[in-house]
Design a protein around this ligand. Structure first.
Ligand code: URA
Length: 434
């Protein structure tokens, strides 16, 4: 096949045949199509997009570029959740055990944090001993016996996406809805799930900066799921300020443990419950959504969700003692309060800047090769809409070196705006699509 013809076809806005799309993915995965040609093709997609039928074929080819897990021997509904990423987003740590306690099977394959966003794997790895590198066989066993498994992307799952994502990263083709949608859906559907719930974040700390683009991304992923008979639901949720109070790995595990005990912050608890209700609903196990939500709350209050988390920590080599004694988690050397400089009401907390401040402290990675400090981060005492007095702490900074503290403080000073207007907290869940 002459790939230059396919690039030209896409460049000129014509849809490609199924066999042409499959050939592109196969050749690129095998190393038979050079980066420069795929880069040109991706740029053509960036400008000319893909039709729904093309995108379904493209995604399916990516999904089959590597191993597709077969969970058909596991009884029960296999459902996962994917978040498009944000700041302070520790939902997966609570949601997976809660959904398992509610009877779902959750094969969760997560990623690491990069830039201002955190990653579930980094959070889990702050639990001493927790091993996110389980074999596929062991992962399937965990999902079967404990109702959940929490692992990292393996080289065998959707290798086409791994190569394409790296290429997009250096060719300015990441911000393209069909390419984002196919990237996410190829990895998620390779988990062997029956259905999927998406948390598409929108706002300053999210990939999608406005609701219309977030809706478009969500709908594109729902359509891809439908083309493969995998029902997908999506919530569009606010990421204009950090979710919950903690940002930083150990600190987010501590907040997740509080939430698993039913004592977490309202926004984090609410989003988690709503997402698990969606998971139950998409699996046909929530006739009455209010009842389902009340039941999930009871699983937090009676310790069932915490028990599921304790068991998976133990099964994956971690120290389950952290569940009752969070002091076993790594911690920063120092803490300092970050105070308000004036009286007023917090008008905004720029989530992206907060994420970068946490990264400056060492909680995140500037490049994929960076190592992270699991103990450092931020814990907010005030959020958007809260009143503050001059000198009152807005948050506590957990840090290990003074230079990074100074950088983080500068970011935070610019990120948090205090004004005089009273402010009603905007809604957390902006839309629901199916
Ligand atoms: N997350 C992914 O997995 N892929 C993208 O393209 C963007 C975000």
């Amino acid at each position: 096949m002459r790939f230059v013809e396919l690039i030209r076809k896409k460049r000129d806005g014509h849809p490609l045949e199924d066999s042409e799309l499959q050939a592109l993915i196969e050749a690129y995965t095998e190393g038979d199509l050079p980066d420069y040609q795929m880069a040109a093709f991706l740029m053509a997609v960036y400008y000319k997009s893909m039709e729904a039928t093309e995108l379904a074929v493209w995604t399916e080819a990516m999904l089959h570029s590597g191993q597709v897990l077969d969970l058909s021997d596991i009884d029960g509904a296999k459902v996962d959740k994917h978040s498009t990423g944000g700041v302070g987003d520790k939902v997966s740590l609570i949601l997976a055990p809660l959904a398992a306690a509610a009877g779902l099977k959750v094969p969760m394959i997560s990623g690491r944090g990069l830039g201002h966003t955190g990653g579930t794997l980094d959070k889990l790895e702050s639990i001493p001993g927790f091993d996110v590198n389980q074999s596929v066989q062991r992962f399937i066993e965990l999902v079967d016996t404990l109702g959940l498994g929490l692992i990292g992307q393996t080289g065998e799952i959707a290798p086409a996406d791994k190569k394409l994502y790296a290429l997009r990263d250096v060719t300015a083709t990441v911000e393209c809805i069909p390419l984002i949608a196919s990237s996410i859906m190829s990895k998620k559907l390779a988990e062997g799930i029956d259905s999927l719930v998406l948390d598409v974040k929108v706002g300053s700390g999210a990939f999608m900066k406005n609701v219309d683009r977030a809706r478009k991304l969500a709908q594109t992923m729902i359509d891809i799921g439908a083309s493969m008979d995998r029902p997908v639901r999506a919530l569009i949720t606010d990421m204009d300020q950090p979710l919950g109070r903690a940002v930083g790995n150990s600190l987010e595990v501590i907040e997740s443990l509080e939430t698993l005990r039913g004592e977490g912050p309202e926004d984090l608890t609410e989003i988690t419950l709503e997402l698990v209700v969606e998971m139950l609903d998409v699996a046909g196990k929530a006739d009455d959504r209010d009842e389902a939500k009340a039941h999930l709350r009871s699983l937090l209050d009676d310790g069932s969700a915490m028990e599921a988390f304790t068991r998976i920590i133990e099964a994956q080599g971690g120290d389950p003692g952290v569940c009752t004694d969070p002091s076993l988690l790594p911690s920063a050397d120092y803490t300092v309060e970050f105070e308000a400089l004036r009286d007023g009401v917090i008008q905004s907390i720029d989530a992206q800047e907060v994420g970068i401040a946490a990264m400056e402290l060492g909680a995140g990675r500037r490049t994929k090769e960076d190592t992270i400090d699991h103990g450092v981060g931020l814990v907010f005492q005030k959020k958007r809409g809260d009143e503050v007095s001059s000198g009152e702490p807005i948050l506590v900074i957990h840090y290990s070196d003074r230079q990074s503290l100074d950088l983080a403080k500068k970011r935070l000073r610019a990120a948090i705006v205090i004004g005089d207007q009273p402010l009603k907290a905007p809604p957390l869940i902006l839309d629901r699509l199916q």
